[in-house]
Design a protein around this ligand. Structure first.
Ligand SMILES: C[S@@+](CC[C@H](N)C(=O)[O-])C[C@H]1O[C@@H](n2cnc3c(N)ncnc32)[C@H](O)[C@@H]1O
Length: 265
């Protein structure tokens, strides 16, 4: 990347932080620059300064910008074999607890927390289950709350689950009320906001750390580990690995599943 463009991007990052409160500086730079420059070009801007002025003035462009920054791709049972592992090795033993506190952090349009609830519901009543699901992107959360999905997004849902946990809604499907009522969707920025107090038994945090810089990841894992209960589990994405998890008090117990260490007396 040309130096001048990079400097202009750095100024843009600083102004986006102060004007919109979005921390672009903790997202991987070349990737984020490419994404934003392609949006700028498509909308007829050739420099970051003019683009920022337009973002301030035009709410529609701003929404498009946030949409670019927050890659919302998600699906039910993403990496089914890993959900099966979580179910078998973690949910099976926890499901006898009368109260369970869970957090789907960066839940996008809701497929992830609903997947978690379907697996839990197979094992127990949802009474006593407190599931928080958060994302930085409010329009994604609105979709999650509406819980309505196109038929094609249900392709990885096992047929028996589709029967039990979805109802037809026009040409799509809606998640049954029992599951929708069991989750609280709230806006939360993993890089800037104070973390919810916890302690959580399980945190699912998948496919968002891949966009963060090493500093961003360190902040993320330190903060997630702090709100996990000792013995609680962190489930990460199918391409993600936490390097030296012990610096956060975590230990890898299965592929893509970490456990917070019990505090020694
Ligand atoms: C690729 S999706 C992953 C969704 C889901 N966890 C999954 O694995 O299918 C990434 C999500 O991270 C959210 N996100 C990006 N930056 C974030 C931040 N700083 N705080 C919270 N969520 C963020 C995006 O809005 C998007 O919904």
């Amino acid at each position: 990347m040309e130096r001048q463009v990079e400097e202009a991007y750095d100024r843009f990052v600083a102004r986006v932080r102060s004007v919109f409160g979005i921390e672009l500086g903790l997202y991987k730079k070349p990737q984020m620059m490419r994404r934003l420059m392609s949006l700028m070009r498509r909308r007829g801007f050739d420099d970051f300064d003019r683009f920022l002025e337009a973002l301030i003035a035009d709410p529609k462009l701003r929404a498009e910008f946030v949409d670019r920054v927050t890659i919302n791709v998600s699906e039910f049972f993403r990496n089914p074999e890993l959900w099966a592992l979580l179910d078998r090795e973690v949910l099976a033993s926890l499901s006898a607890q009368p109260k369970l506190r869970l957090w789907s952090a960066a839940c996008s349009t809701g497929e992830e927390p609903y997947t978690l609830l379907m697996l839990l519901r197979e094992r127990r009543s949802l009474r006593g289950v407190d599931l928080l699901a958060t994302d930085i992107d409010e329009p994604a959360l609105e979709k999650a709350r509406a819980a309505r999905y196109e038929a094609r997004s249900l392709v990885s849902v096992p047929p028996s689950f589709r029967e039990r946990y979805f109802v037809r809604d026009g040409d799509g499907y809606r998640v049954v009320d029992e599951l929708v009522r069991a989750v609280r969707f709230e806006r939360h920025d993993l890089l800037r906001d104070p973390y919810p107090p916890g302690p959580f038994d399980v945190i699912v945090n998948r496919n968002v750390a891949i966009y963060f810089t090493e500093d961003g990841k360190a902040h993320l894992y330190r903060s997630l580990a702090a709100v996990l209960r000792p013995g609680g589990y962190l489930f990460v994405g199918g391409t993600e690995q936490i390097f030296s998890p012990e610096r956060y008090g975590l230990r890898q117990v299965y592929p893509f599943i970490y456990q917070k260490q019990e505090v020694r007396p």
